[in-house]
Design a protein around this ligand. Sequence first.
Ligand code: AMP
Length: 307
Amino acid sequence: MKHILEKIKEYDTIIIHGHIRPDGDCLGSQYGLMNIIKESFPNKKVYVTGDVNNKLEFIGTPTIIDDKLFKNSLSICVDTSSYDRLSDKRINLSSYTIKIDHHKDSDKYCDYEYIKDNYISTTEIITSFYLKYKNILKMNDAAAMCLYTGLITDSGNFTYNNVTSNTFKMAVYLSKYNINIPEINNKLNKESIELLRFKGKILNDFKVTKNGVAYIIITKEDLKKYKISEEEASGLVYLISNIKEIYILFIETKEGIRARIRSKHIPINNLAKKFNGGGHILASGAILKNYDEVKELIKSADLLLKK
Ligand code: AMP
């Protein structure tokens, strides 16, 4: 952590990167860190770069910045386990690169990497980083809101595996700032009529394999018919979470068929790896090339449950 602080002090321009399809922890980490650095060192130029998540625009809306801003800069990549998952990949234009992440299988792609895979979220790491150096760094309400949002989204409101006393400690600390917790929840949970109808379709159409893998396949036609975005639809994996041990949402995207794989107890990260994906022990993902691979993944998941 000391090295990260030294590098932040050293550079006048700092660019904060996140992953494709940014979630609450990614954007919360990007904007939380940006606000801490800006509040602590007002003369530094700090940018957040990468993809936008419309639902999370209350945290912040990244833009793709100009190449020339990277000159003599420090790039900090948050919550992004591998280079190919970075949304803005131009870290080679920076003078020095740092990764801050909580994923287990993190590929090395930065000059310096700080990985705490026992932390529920990257925002938990960043809040701990701030607290360690709070004699030098400054927090503000905006940073606290971003970091708190990352904590609750990646921990499923403090219910997932890897939630520890430290997670609660960070939440207690952040909640002392002027953040509107019910309003954050309202924004995260807001849904359209179309989305509610689409939930009905998922609840009708999901399938269960012989040994107990619940899954749902969402096609491009479904998205068109129900007028909902890929982002909204892919967030619905939790709908089939409470029936069986393993549950998977497949969704057609422009990159391929995205699989969001979840498990209650049985590790599924190696299953994801088998299909060139990865992730956490109980929450992983992969991009599949075609429906043969979908079938194969379902079969492999089913075998994991065979007694
Ligand atoms: P998701 O279902 O997208 O929320 O992903 C769950 C976890 O798996 C995330 O923490 C990701 O880092 C990881 N993951 C998802 N998709 C991939 C992929 N294609 N390759 C590697 N890791 C992935």
